[in-house]
Design a protein around this ligand. Structure first.
Ligand SMILES: Cc1cc2nc3c(=O)[nH]c(=O)nc-3n(C[C@H](O)[C@H](O)[C@H](O)COP(=O)(O)OP(=O)(O)OC[C@H]3O[C@@H](n4cnc5c(N)ncnc54)[C@H](O)[C@@H]3O)c2cc1C
Length: 410
């Protein structure tokens, strides 16, 4: 098999990269190791309206609308953050990812399911655009070894990206990969258009969530491995914390049915490698740590970067130059679009991870104020949290509470 661009992984990033490579004139193939796209699900499915637009998916009646959030401090104080209008939707990732794959196919990409990348080499061109070196992707198609030649391979193979490792690109280390766990169950939401967020020691280093989806709920959390010394996190997995949240948390245990219909476990990378391009190779999405460190949302940043990756890969192939020098334009462009936001989010995440329950309670007391809640409503943006954080840092009422953050983030 011989392609201009081969994308490894049919998640949102892979499908969008393939769509843009095909749209821009490259003969493109997606390979996916599983028999079914979007499965197993490793996501709460909460996407901002902007993220859905960025994925170029038409709004579907099946999406569950979200208008705001209740944030519960460890003290039990509840803060209501509402924008009035629909800010986000909860989607079924199996259907969502399949739609993205169909869009890629419509744009001209081929797709091979049950096909796993097992190795990668650089070889001399036998076909293609004749500029010498090509990528040789070793694969197993339904268990049978085979080889696919490509001018550019795009690694969109998720948080444990083997493509990034084989290419010698940095992968996020274990400290910067959060450990996530989630269950589907029944939960007594006060308002089914509001998500519920629980920061604090119930989810050390991150937060827990309850997300409504058409009468059911996704209850989950992420924890930061290795946080503190001798703390429970050293020993406890995300799953152990989640079981404790459901059984013991004063709010969650009251509202959540202990019967569980499904369990999701997965890593969430929150830092980006130094380099995301190599000769004849790009990495994108979770494989490149393109995830918002404040929320763990990877679909939006992955989509932004995947579209750039697909276009640059196609342009490079058609120009006959797939060297790292040419492909590094992708690295430059995606960092220009979202690099600063991700870096700022990483610093906020680091700061949040170090707050004690009593510090979070103090902050919640400060923020539970009409003027500040109005400011959060006006400037809060799931995809660009730096905007509202900067506003809070400049506000005379929240400035004091946020001073510590300002100092720690210098
Ligand atoms: C518990 C949890 C909750 C989350 N909730 C949200 C949320 O609400 N909103 C949000 O935006 N994000 C959320 N995320 C993050 C989000 O799921 C990811 O950021 C997103 O799926 C990344 O997309 P991707 O295309 O980069 O990778 P993936 O979706 O992981 O896709 C990678 C694909 O590559 C395939 N693959 C891997 N290796 C190979 C190989 N060798 N050969 C062939 N195929 C291969 C895999 O099978 C997979 O299909 C959550 C994550 C977790 C763990």
């Amino acid at each position: 098999m011989d392609y201009d661009v081969v994308v490894v992984g049919a998640g949102p990033a892979g499908c969008l990269a393939a769509k843009y490579a095909a749209k821009n004139g490259a003969k493109t193939l997606i390979i996916e190791e599983h028999a079914s796209i979007g499965s197993p699900v490793q996501c709460a499915g909460l996407l901002s309206t902007r993220a859905i637009r960025e994925c170029e998916v038409v709004l579907d009646g099946g999406f569950h609308p979200i208008k705001g959030a209740f944030v519960y401090a460890p003290s039990g104080r509840r803060i209501r953050i509402s924008g009035g209008e629909i800010k986000a939707y909860v989607v079924d990732r199996r259907i969502f990812d399949r739609t993205l794959a169909e869009n890629a196919i419509r744009s001209g990409a081929d797709i091979l399911m049950r096909t796993r990348a097992v190795g990668i080499d650089i070889g001399m061109a036998t076909r293609g655009h004749g500029h010498g070196r090509r990528r040789i992707l070793h694969v197993e198609i339904e268990g049978e070894p085979d080889v696919i030649e490509a001018d550019v391979v795009i690694g969109a193979d998720g948080v444990q990206s083997r493509i990034a490792r084989w290419a010698g690109l940095d992968t996020p280390d274990t400290v910067t990969v959060l450990s996530g766990a989630q269950v589907s169950t029944v939960y007594d939401f006060d308002d089914p258009t509001f998500v519920e967020i629980f920061p604090g020691s119930c989810a050390p280093g991150f937060f827990a969530w309850a997300i409504p989806y058409h009468g059911s709920a996704r209850i989950g959390l992420a924890v930061r491995p290795g946080l503190g010394s001798g703390s429970e996190v050293e020993h406890g997995s995300a799953w152990a914390h989640l079981k404790r949240l459901i059984a013991e948390h004063p709010v969650v245990s009251e509202k959540c049915d202990p019967g569980i219909a499904g369990i999701v476990l997965g890593g969430i990378p929150i830092s980006v490698p130094k380099q995301t391009a190599a000769d004849g190779l790009l990495i994108v999405g979770d494989a490149a740590g393109q995830v918002k460190p404040t929320s763990g949302g990877g679909v939006y940043p992955g989509a932004v970067c995947a579209k750039i990756a697909g276009k640059i890969a196609a342009d490079a192939v058609l120009e006959g130059d797939t060297s790292v020098r040419r492909l590094s334009e992708y690295d430059k462009l995606w960092r220009g679009r979202i690099g600063r936001e991700l870096a700022f989010g990483k610093r906020i995440n680091g700061w949040m991870a170090r707050l004690s329950d009593s510090e979070i309670n103090r902050m919640a007391r400060v923020l539970d104020d009409d003027e500040l809640l109005d400011l959060i409503t006006r400037y809060g943006d799931m995809d660009h949290p730096s905007v509202v954080v900067r506003k809070l840092l400049m506000n005379r009422k929240s400035m004091g509470a946020f001073l510590k953050m300002a100092l720690m983030m210098r």
